[in-house]
Structures are given as C-alpha cells and as structure tokens.
Design a binder for this molecule. Structure first.
Ligand code: GDG
Length: 482
C-alpha cells in the first residue's frame, strides 16, 4: 500500500502554531495523520502578490507537509467567496446569507485547478488520496484531467443540504457531477447521505444501488456515512495534564460554589450562539431561584472575521450579552461570561470538566466535536450533563444527552434547568452511555473505516481503472522534505 495523501484547504499539522484553535477539521486531520506516515497537502494560508505554484515542503513528525501560497484574488473569490459566502451558508441552510457571484465560481474553479496542478506531480502510483471538505469538491475532476488514476476519496465535514436548498445554487448540477469523479464520498450522518442520494435520483435522474452507491451515466460512486469522532486517548491525556488540573482548580475557585453552564464554539452563525444567549435569558427570567446560583461561560473563538455575516453576528452577540448582563448582573455576580479569545486544548479540557452543563446548540452542524470532548472530559463519578441540539450530526449517536430544539428558547431554557438539578445517579447513567459511544467511535475508527472503504475493489466508478500513474512509483526527484 502506498502513502496516504490528505488534502484540505488549510494545512495545520500537529505542532503548528495555532492548531487547536483552528476548528474541528484541523483537529481531526492532525489526529488521523499522527499514526500514518503520509503527505498533507493544502494552502499555506499565505498569499503572495502573484501566484507562483511553488510547493513548499517540510516534515512535522511522521508527516510530510506540502503547501502552496495563493494570491489575494484567490483568497477573496475562492476562500472568503465561494467557500465561506456561498457553500458554507447554503449547506447550513442559510440561503438568506448565501451570495452567488460569478467571480466566486471562477475563483473556486481556478483554485481547484491550481491545487491539482501542484499536487499531481507529487502523487506516486500506489498512493491513496483523501480530500476534505467543501472547498475542494471539484479536485478529483481536476486531478483526473491531469492523469491521476489513484483512488481518491472525499469526506464532507459539514451537512449535505436538502435538495430544495441545493437547487438554489446556480450550476448545482455541475458541482455534484464533479463530486462523482471521486471513488468514495463520505458524509457525517445517514441524514446527509440520504439527502445526497435523493438529489442524485430526483434531480440528476441517477440510481441508488442496493448497497447505497449512486449510479449515473454508467458510472458508480460509492457513498457512506462515516461519523467523525475525537482522539479519546489524546483528549484524556490533555484532561489529565497539569495544565488542565490547574485550570480546573482556577475555574472552580472563580465559581465560588455556583454552577457553570458552558458553551465552546467558533463564532459562527451555524452554532446558534445568538439563540443560545436568548434561551439563557429566558432561563433567567423563568427561574428566579437560580439567579446568582449559576453562570454561563461562552467561549467563542473569532472565525472568518473578514466576512460581513460574521462581523454582524459578533456585533449582535456583543449587544445581547451586554443587555443580559446589564439586566441581571449584581455587584458580585456576572450571569454571562462571554469570551472571544481562544484557549489551548489542555486548558479547554480543564474548563469542560468544571462545567455542570455543556450547552451545544447549533442550528445545523455536520457533527460537532465539542459535544464529544465535553463528555470525554467529565469526572466519571460526578459528570456534567450534555444538552445537545437535534440538528447537530452528533445527535444521531448521542441520544443519551438532553436533546433540544435550538430554535425554541423555552425548550432550551427548560433543558438547562433539568440539567442543573439532575440527580447524580441519572447523570452517571447518561454519561456512561455517552462515553461508551465516544470511546467506541473515535477518530481512528473514522479514519480506518473510510480508508478501508476507499480501498475496496472498484466496480466501474470513480476513475477509469487504468494505472500506471504518469509519475511512476516514486516521488519526482526534487521533492524533498525540510
Ligand atoms: C467542522 C464541522 C465537524 C474551539 N474553540 C477552541 C478550540 N476549539 C476546538 C474544539 C473542537 C473544534 O475546535 C470545533 O469543532 P466542531 O466540530 O465543534 O466544529 P467546526 O469547527 O465547525 O468543524 C463540524 C468538524 O468539522 C469535524 O468534522 O464536527 O460539524 O462544522 O475540537 O475543541 N480549541 C482550542 N481552543 C479554543 O478556544 N484549543
């Protein structure tokens, strides 16, 4: 078996500065590659004045990292544009926030071509290629055009939208057809997989085989649901570290006997932060006995702050949090601690453990790793309660949580109360069930299941089965790691 080549928009290898504050995808890929010798390819995050296509390589642990710089136009049209202003809102069912601009389409196509042109010469004959997320849907098509015949799999970290929503995207058909050039397409949930299959049958006129694969124009593409998990062992170590323990003690001291409700998210409209603040306000209004006995800590790391919708959300959150504190705070109690900075992973583990309630209420989310991390960080003898949105992919697996509708303030307010007063015996039973699931479905299983499915024999799908690669068995000379 050849190497594993992972491709994602940004590359943030284990040990790189900023890893951990970069979101779920970076965390998962860092964990997946840790034990695999392989190559991680993507954008450096830097822009140069003119695009050069020069590949920079370095070695981080067992992983070779190869990156290219993009130019400023790429950043605006591909990254801020098509990825974050078109596909992200659309796939999260926020058609009201989605922008459709032809320059974005052009930027998206151009960057996928640039990725393919830079990557193709690095691919050896037996390598498997695993492409991640919505930034790179057309990448397999571009690689195929350049003669790459290797197995190429695609995993979507965010939800696949319903058919009606997707058809509001100009040229949606082209986008989905390009996706069918992969050998295997993985989704987080059964719900997303079914939505995709529904689009292929109802909009494209394709078929779904008994095994769930999709067939269109004589081509078969394998489809699967591969729910992502966390690296439980790594997280346990983080939670047991001296830093986590210090933070935990510090948190407990600052709580002065009050119970803590905790939210940890990137500052993103899909995470339902504004609705969550309003639900907490409702909880305070409904539960006079809880005033001064609880507080809510929301860590909301800034994200995509060049995009207007994120700037608007930030301004609204500033206003709502200010209003809640203005109305309810006393001289020695702040009901809502709202923090925009990001924390180290081990610090975060200590904060999770100190929280009586983990509040995870996205309006729509591919999976949501915070829910799993919160569970993994708990004290087995005295665990906290997870409140989880029915619209997080994680809800397909974590039904021992208190499942809520994040659009209903009253539902969420009630669940907060229930979580805070839940007897220990019930907390332990629920937590045990959740923890068994988190342990059984960790990130290694996700990676192994996906890669095993990718290695299954082809049956007429993906690329025509005709090696050899034009680049032979070895990396081209000149490909060196620093
Ligand atoms: C996408 C999908 C899917 C957050 N703040 C800090 C910090 N984080 C870490 C968390 C967690 C990660 O970021 C967030 O992961 P999520 O899964 O919750 O969400 P997205 O970033 O939207 O991820 C999502 C995921 O991809 C994986 O497939 O689950 O549905 O949207 O790991 O801990 N980490 C640190 N400091 C912070 O302040 N160190």
């Amino acid at each position: 078996m050849g190497r594993l080549i992972v491709v994602s928009n940004r590359v943030q290898a284990p040990g790189d500065a900023g890893v951990g504050s970069a979101g779920g995808l970076a965390m998962a890929l860092a964990a997946a590659l840790r034990e695999h010798s392989g190559l991680w390819f993507g954008w450096s995050g830097q822009t140069s004045e003119a695009f050069t296509g020069k590949v920079t390589t370095r070695r981080v642990g067992a992983v070779n990292v190869a990156t290219i710089d993009l130019d400023e136009q790429d950043r605006q049209e591909y990254y801020n544009g098509y990825a974050n202003k078109t596909l992200w809102p659309l796939f999260h069912h926020r058609t009201d926030l989605a922008s459709y601009e032809r320059s974005f389409d052009a930027g998206y196509a151009r960057v996928n071509e640039r990725f393919a042109a830079a990557l193709a010469p690095l691919v050896a004959r037996d390598d498997m290629i695993w492409v991640h997320d919505y930034h790179l849907i057309p990448l397999a098509r571009e690689l195929r055009k350049r003669g790459v015949r290797n197995r190429i799999g695609f995993f979507l970290h965010i939800p696949w939208p319903s058919r009606r929503v997707l058809t509001s995207l100009p040229r949606h058909q082209e986008l989905v057809e390009a996706l069918l050039d992969y050998d295997l397409i993985g989704f987080q949930t059964v719900d997303s997989r079914e939505a995709f299959q529904g689009y292929v049958t109802d909009t494209l006129g394709g078929a779904v085989s008994a095994a769930g694969d999709v067939e269109l124009l004589g081509r078969r593409t394998r489809i699967g649901a591969f729910p992502i998990g966390i690296d439980v062992e790594d997280f346990r170590q983080a939670a047991a570290s001296a830093t986590a323990q210090t933070v935990h003690k510090r948190m407990r001291r600052s709580m002065t006997g009050r119970k803590m409700i905790l939210g940890v998210d990137r500052l993103d409209y899909s995470k339902g932060l504004e609705e969550r603040f309003l639900a907490y306000e409702q909880f305070l209004a409904d539960n006079a006995d809880q005033i001064e006995n609880v507080f809510f800590l929301q860590i909301a790391t800034l994200s995509r702050d060049e995009v207007e919708a994120y700037q608007d959300l930030r301004a609204r959150l500033d206003a709502v949090s200010g209003r809640i504190n203005g109305a309810y705070a006393t001289i020695d109690w702040v009901p809502l601690r709202y923090v925009n900075r990001s924390y180290r992973r081990d610090e975060l583990a200590g904060v999770y453990r100190a929280a009586h309630v983990g509040l995870v209420t996205p309006l729509r989310d591919g999976m949501n790793l915070v829910a799993k991390e919160y569970v993994a960080a708990q004290d087995p003898d005295d665990p906290g309660v997870l409140i989880l949105s029915q619209f997080a992919g994680a809800a397909e697996q974590m039904d021992a949580a208190l499942i809520v509708n994040p659009f209903s303030r009253e539902d969420v307010a009630e669940a907060i109360r229930r979580g805070l007063v839940m007897p220990k015996a019930e907390r332990v039973v629920r937590w045990r069930e959740l923890m068994d699931g988190v342990e059984a479905q960790g990130v290694s299983l996700w990676r192994d299941d996906f890669l095993m499915a990718l290695l299954e024999p082809r049956s007429g799908g993906g690329a025509p089965a005709e090696p050899p690669s034009p680049f032979g068995e070895r990396l081209p000379s000149g490909y060196a790691t620093a």
